[in-house]
Design a protein around this ligand. Structure first.
Ligand code: NAD
Length: 258
């Protein structure tokens, strides 16, 4: 069996992924704030370093795949800390161990929101790896009002998808034989969306931004199956991609713009 590190394993997409892989006989080491093999806060540099060190220790030195699902969608700068640095710093810390596997793979969870309006200044600060500046910009956006505050989320995901694209061809990833991808869900029924989807008004708002003509909102297991394939031995050449599993939202909104 293969050893998988899954972040956000206590809920939603991460929990469904851990369950699917376990049911297939794989070994899963989960990371989450609570209710996981490794309890760590990925919003801080110390929490990320602690999570990585414990993952390497618990794995016994062989990690075959990392699946980074942990994320939040709050209109505050904490969102960029978790969604961007909580993914990229953890992956970078685990890459040397991952490289020792015979078939190493990594995948992160981006979002349809990566295509939405964002703050280019914040996206640039994230890609520059400047966390203090990113948090400062995120706080300013939060202070300016609800419209700009929301930009913390799409900016975190745009930067993440772009990071995957830039990094995948470097010595750390392609050079070490590691496919590195992102998946972009549309609207998934999980703890993150429970409140929004509870009212008709909320559903209308979500659907106006994320139209899903194919099969409508998805369960978490839909993403779990895609994450499992991207990190399986079968995936040898897909890398740098953000794969939309969004019921046609990208095709509807972006159309020919590809
Ligand atoms: P969820 O809230 O059910 O699960 C997210 C998990 O991440 C939780 O268990 C939470 O505790 C964990 N987490 C949050 N902050 C953390 C931190 N600082 N340190 C460690 N763990 C932390 O949500 P979900 O829907 O499963 O979301 C998973 C991913 O999918 C997220 O990255 C989210 O942005 C993305 N996504 C979700 C949707 C959706 O509609 N639900 C759509 C697009 C993208």
């Amino acid at each position: 069996s293969r050893t998988y590190i899954v972040t956000g394993s206590a809920s939603g997409i991460g929990a469904a992924t851990a369950e699917l892989l376990t049911s297939r006989g794989e070994r899963v080491i989960g990371i989450d704030l609570r209710g996981a093999d490794i309890e760590a806060d990925l919003s801080t540099p110390a929490g990320r370093a602690d999570a990585a060190a414990k993952a390497i220790e618990l794995s016994g030195g062989t990690i075959d795949a990392v699946i980074a699902c942990a994320g939040i969608s709050a209109p505050i700068p904490l969102t960029v800390a978790v969604n961007y640095f909580g993914v990229t710093e953890l992956l970078e810390a685990l890459a040397p161990t991952l490289a020792k596997s015979a078939a190493p793979r990594a995948v992160v969870v981006s979002s349809m929101a990566s295509l939405q309006a964002n703050s280019p200044e914040l996206v640039d600060a994230l890609l520059a790896g400047d966390e203090p500046l990113a948090l400062q910009i995120g706080q300013r956006l939060a202070d300016e009002g609800p419209g700009t505050a929301y930009l913390n989320y799409p900016s975190s995901k745009r930067a993440l998808s772009r990071w995957v694209r830039r990094e995948c061809i470097t010595a750390t990833w392609a050079g070490a034989g590691i496919p590195l991808n992102a998946v972009a869900p549309g609207t998934v029924i999980s703890a993150m969306t429970t409140q929004l989807l509870a009212t008709q008004e909320g559903r209308d708002m979500v659907d106006a931004h994320v139209p899903m003509p194919l099969n409508y909102h998805s369960e978490s297991v839909v993403l779990a199956k895609l994450l499992a394939w991207l990190t399986s031995e079968e995936n040898t050449h897909v890398t740098g991609q953000t794969i939309y599993a969004d019921g046609g939202a990208d095709a509807t909104l972006r159309g020919d713009d590809i």
